[in-house]
Design a protein around this ligand. Structure first.
Ligand SMILES: Cc1ncc(CO)c(N)n1
Ligand SMILES: Cc1ncsc1CCO
Length: 216
């Protein structure tokens, strides 16, 4: 099994709980309450900025120059997507400002930034992979299962189900497999652990948006 196949097996139960969660089923049906989507959008805007910074840092630390270039571009794209959210989705969904990073988002971005800064670069690549891969799978899942016509969240679905995003996802998976190929068994295990941790934080991110979890 390749590293990525092994990693996906490790998170399959988490992925199955993600596609079953009300945030996702209601997004798919187009009946997710606006307030929950607005909460998600503001948090995701903060997420994408910090995620972009973490990706650029991984790029700076990558051993292979092509991996460095790939991750710097991912970082750039994440910030471009953030800017697009601000320019259009915020207006479309009546969001005035981003506000603070609430607990789930705060936890996730700081996990990614500290891993990118202080852990082995292979582990950092594995930690950011769920952000690519799970979104792709969820985007595809919603796209193939949706029945609603005129879904207000269609643009979100199209972004992650689209081919541009798929290209980045394949590239990120390929980087992880390549670094895993020459890594020690111990490093490969730490990469899996990081992949699992980030997948749990993906679950939390949606769950907290659904429940509107804010700082006390
Ligand atoms: C929380 C989260 N994870 C992954 C992505 C994919 O970019 C996103 N936009 N938000
Ligand atoms: C993973 C990811 N999410 C938004 S942009 C980006 C990098 C894709 O190039």
């Amino acid at each position: 099994m390749t590293w990525s196949e092994q990693a996906w097996v490790a998170i399959e139960p988490i992925y199955q709980s993600i596609v079953a969660m009300p945030f996702i089923t209601e997004l798919q049906e187009g009946n997710l309450p606006l307030e929950k989507f607005q909460f998600y959008m503001t948090q995701d805007s903060g997420y994408l900025e910090h995620f972009g910074r973490a990706l650029a840092l991984i790029g700076a630390r990558a051993s292979d120059i092509n991996d460095a270039l790939a991750f710097m571009r991912f970082g750039e794209n994440a910030i471009v997507v953030e800017n697009a959210l601000h320019a259009s989705y915020f207006q479309d969904f009546g969001i005035v400002e981003r506000g603070v990073l609430e607990p789930a988002c705060h936890h996730y971005v700081h996990y990614l930034k500290s891993t990118a800064a202080l852990d082995a670069v292979e582990v950092a690549m594995a930690a950011v992979l769920p952000c690519f891969w799970i979104y792709k799978e969820v985007g595809n899942y919603i796209y193939t299962h949706q029945r609603a016509i005129g879904n207000p969240y269609q643009r979100w679905i199209d972004t992650y189900a689209g081919e541009d995003f798929a290209v980045s996802v394949r590239r990120a998976i390929e980087c992880c497999n390549r670094v895993a190929d020459t890594a020690t068994d111990y490093m490969r295990v730490r990469m899996i652990d990081a992949f699992v941790t980030a997948s749990r934080l993906e679950y939390r991110f949606w769950d907290s948006a659904y429940r509107l979890v804010r700082w006390e």
